[in-house]
Design a binder for this molecule. Structure first.
Ligand code: FES
Ligand SMILES: [Fe+2]
Length: 403
């Protein structure tokens, strides 16, 4: 769980641009459930505990199979649209199965390509982001247009016959939806983000209108842990006061969540303690008093706060199951003043400090311990509904050669 807004102990006023979380009926239903849980120290529960094989976090064969069964097929979050607003703007992202170049086109669409020169395979663009009209390879100067077409081959007369139409960049399935750019790391297949999200999550994410927001800070953290260890940590509402006793812990109810399992993706609503202020006003919107975790299979969490969003994407390492990368974005309403920017910077510092100083050290150490030999199965409790959903879906994908 990431740290909260400007000051977790106070209630931020609703910010223009944030759509209400619920209609009146749903708001009232969720509020009643939250207060029942708070009063009885209960939470939403799965049917029974669930065992997890610890080998899935460190076995190289499992990691290889994940690439075939999961990551070659599903859309992964590559960028927010504000990271490439104009034609020629680009970002690069290293996915486990390919290095990827994402480019805004002249017609406003966004396309993704394998970030590899078709001549001898040099990485075409090393920068994380920028603006270009032409992408030139640093090795022998082959140059490509923004649409991936091969434009120039130096010393073409000496190179010999070459059908340039056959040597454009390799295109990857890419779709812009919810203000986010989604990519599938393997070329050739279809992409349908709405179908992957399913009707409930598609409606939720559409309603967030993240296309009207901007990324004010983004960073990537190389971590010594399996991507699922990190994903598990950010679904978990059970650890709050134990891992974050002096940061998020005092401001949230630990182990109390309303969890909505949509079959493939999960939404979990965690109450902040200030929700007690609306205990006797059941019609009050709960938005300012909760943090909503949207767990998007396989590897992205989008946290909705009352005035901004945070996205966390857990990217497997290409070869080492004990490593991964965490891409973190702070997605906020358009920034209009230095004061606002300073406020978001403070927010970012709190977020990073909580994640880097608290969640990650514990989970690095967990990863080392999990590599032990002859370990017995781990167990997820009935209270760990979101984690159970994640592992159920993970198991389903891993058991399905095609879906
Ligand atoms: S590898 Fe790119 S031009 Fe030769
Ligand atoms: Fe945490």
């Amino acid at each position: 769980m990431a740290a909260q807004g400007h000051d977790a102990g106070t209630v931020s006023p609703a910010i223009a641009g944030m759509t209400p979380l619920f209609d009146a009926d749903s708001n009232a239903r969720v509020a009643v459930r939250l207060f029942e849980h708070i009063d009885n120290t209960t939470c939403d529960q799965a049917a029974s505990p669930m065992l997890v094989d610890p080998a899935i976090y460190s076995d190289p064969d499992v990691a290889r199979l994940e690439q075939d069964r999961i990551f070659d097929k599903v859309p992964v979050l590559a960028a927010h649209v504000s990271e490439l607003p104009n034609a020629g703007d680009f970002v690069t992202i290293d996915l486990p199965g390919n290095r990827v170049l994402v480019v805004r086109q002249e017609d406003g669409t966004i396309r993704a390509f394998v970030n590899v020169c078709r001549h001898r395979g040099a990485c075409l663009v090393d920068e994380e982001s920028g603006h270009r009209r032409v992408f030139s390879c640093g090795y022998h100067g082959w140059a490509y247009n923004c649409d991936g077409a091969l434009r120039t081959v130096p010393y073409a007369d000496t190179f010999g016959p070459l059908d340039r139409a056959e040597y454009g960049l390799i295109e990857l399935p890419c779709e812009e939806r919810y203000g986010l750019v989604w990519v599938i790391q393997r070329p050739g297949g279809p992409i349908d983000v709405a179908a992957w999200m399913g009707p409930e999550m598609d409606e939720i994410l559409t309603g967030y209108h993240m296309e009207r927001f901007e990324v004010v800070r983004m960073d990537r953290f190389d971590e010594r842990m399996n991507w699922k260890v990190a994903e598990d940590a950010f679904i978990d509402g059970y650890h709050l006061k134990f891992v974050h006793p002096n940061s998020a812990g005092p401001y949230f109810y630990t182990n109390i969540q309303v969890v909505q399992d949509f079959g493939r993706h999960v939404r979990a609503i965690t109450p902040r303690k200030v929700i007690d202020q609306i205990r006797f006003t059941p019609d009050a919107p709960i938005d300012p008093y909760v943090t909503v975790g949207n767990f998007l299979m396989p590897n992205t969490t989008i946290l909705r706060h009352s005035d901004h969003y945070e996205s966390l994407t857990f990217v497997p390492h290409p070869t080492d199951p004990n490593r991964s990368r965490i891409d973190v974005r702070l997605v906020v309403p358009p920034v209009t003043s230095d004061e606002e920017r300073a406020l978001w910077e403070k927010n970012w510092d709190i977020l990073v400090k909580t994640v880097i100083m608290e969640d990650l050290p514990l989970n690095r150490s967990l990863q080392r311990a999990l590599g032990g030999r002859g370990l017995k199965p781990l167990i997820l409790g009935r209270n760990e509904v979101g984690n159970q959903a994640f592992h159920r879906l993970y198991d389903e994908l891993m058991a399905t050669p095609s879906f």
